[in-house]
Design a protein around this ligand. Sequence first.
Ligand code: GLA
Length: 696
Amino acid sequence: MSIRFDEAALAWHLTGPGLSYVVGVQDGLPRQLYWGPAIPDGAVASLAREWREAYSFDDRLHTGAELLGELGPQFATPSLQLRHPDGAKGFDWHYRDHAIEEGDAGGDRLAIVFTDRDLTLTLHYRLWDTGVLDRWASIDAGAPVEVTRFDSAAWTLPHWGDYRLSHLSGEWAGEWQLRRVPLPVGETAIGSRRGNTSHQANPWTAVDDGTATETSGHVYSTNLAWSGSWRVMLRRSPQGRVTITGGAGHEGLRWTLREGETWTTPVSSGLWTDTGFGGASRAWHEHLRRHVMPTPEEDAPVLFNSWEAVFFDVSEEKQLPLVELAARVGCEQFVIDDGWFGKRLADNAGLGDWWPNPDRFPNGLKPLIDAVHAKGMTFGIWVEPEMVNPDSDLYRAHPDWVLNQQGRDRTELRTQLVLDYGRPEVAEWAFAWLDKLLSDNDIDYVKWDHNRPFTEVGRPGAEDPDRAYFEHVEAVYALKERLRAAHPRVRIEGCAGGAARVDPGILRYVDQVWTSDNTDAGDRVNIQYGFGQAYPARAMGTWITDEPTGFNHRTTSMRFRFQVASAGVLAVGGNLTEWSEAELDEAAEHVAYYKRLRPVVQHGVQYRLGDPEREPLTGVQYVRGDQIAVLAFKTPWHCNRPLPPLRPEGIAADSRWEDEDTGETHWGATLNALGLPLRWGNADWDSAILRLRRVA
Ligand code: GLA
């Protein structure tokens, strides 16, 4: 890995594992000259091109720009939109200098500095040993300037005959739906105007020329480390070039940089692979685990969570039997969910009043925590620190602490409002009570929820009310970081009514995330397939719950539900007091089995075997060292047609494998030819797990 400067060409060559990225200054503009398989240094100068527009109506000048601008014939939606006090717009790039800094374990950095008027704009690059390139930008404002758009990066794709976009969309309880669609000529925007990443869209994208498969082909993929509103705009020009520009904030926001202020965008990351969609996902997984997530090397415990067991009816008395049973089935951590604090008997009161409800916990949390510890489990607790119910002591004392606009209604969603974390006193209040909660009680785990999007964002009297969108996210990051530093033992689960806030930004501060409020195992096969496109199994919280769930009233076997949930960080979320002795025994067996599987699932390399949207028989294969685990799922199938076998990936023909449960051995060649020897029946919603160890 290295970054080399070709002075004559005024270009920088970033090389990583098998790949090159070349950025140069040409015709005054910083341009991406190349991104793809590794090239020799000597070729860099030859990448220089004539960028003159061919005729007066052309807009070829935009091609390759590292940030799409608005001066000269640049007509794409800009990455950067500025308005100076005298009415002039945009940034006229004047190259000043650059700096190269070598990092360890990858992370080599390049900064290219440009000036215009009183502004200094720096393009930042950091190339990791995972092949992921981080890009971001910063402006030092020597004079005030109004900003209406400041993306982290624009990425230019090779000139191909066709383009296809893969992205993740969804809704509450239906996140992570993979869409794979032709990219039309024109501009395609995905994003969130909700103040959080959103259930509806995730900033991950993958683009290919329409021919890539799960196992082969060139794929360019990007993601954005930002947990607030965002926009990614993919522009396919009529001449057939594609640029992806993405960053924080949504259309219509504006704010003014103050003299002397530095504004830094979040990181946009990109990767290229020639190993298809599966290869792209594995590169993201590896990168997030090695360079983003805080504790990926730890085995995440099997936890019990009270939400679906009792919903808001959380009390010492009602939790104690669950503690007993959670320990009995083998859970390692006991997490009480919503309902333990203030007057929180339902979702219409109590948020903001973070002390144990005295009727429900007459002696505080200690007796319950002691009972949990006595059973050998650690203790976790649910909080929603960014929100307040109007029916709370906090809101009665500080009605001005919420995001709001003068003279506008404060829209309540789930009967709650959003606290304005951009106000230092609010962020300080949050730290104080969280710190006290974690100091006064022996707590190992916090499930941090965020259950509504933002509306009427503003701060009456503030000069620049749209900054609240950015300040909130930064303050949440800072608060989590501060809490982690003050309580290094505590692990955090990121949750937002399911997965409305999952992105590489939040993953820096949370150890795992809640994948979806939809815990129906049948739906989860598909949801988890989508999640895995961008994010690793180590981050994916998966519960086994009671069925039917409220979502589609499907009933499946306990084995199917456990085995689907075993594909991530397993947890138990059913009402164990209603499980029969036989069910509890069976659950204990599944949990014990998961613990044997856990190192391979949580720390292994993931291969998707088939697409559950299109095929009835699919699986997820995890590989770690000489061990393989395959979790296979059978969704409904018609007409008694024989199912094709499920074949593993990446197994050498001359290798031999022992089934760790039966002791049988198999040739790699046989597994590849005939498929995996899965032990299951012929029913819909069936599943099987196979653990293999390489013996030769
Ligand atoms: C959200 C979460 C759930 C649960 C509830 C509690 O919906 O996603 O898991 O914690 O809030 O109100």
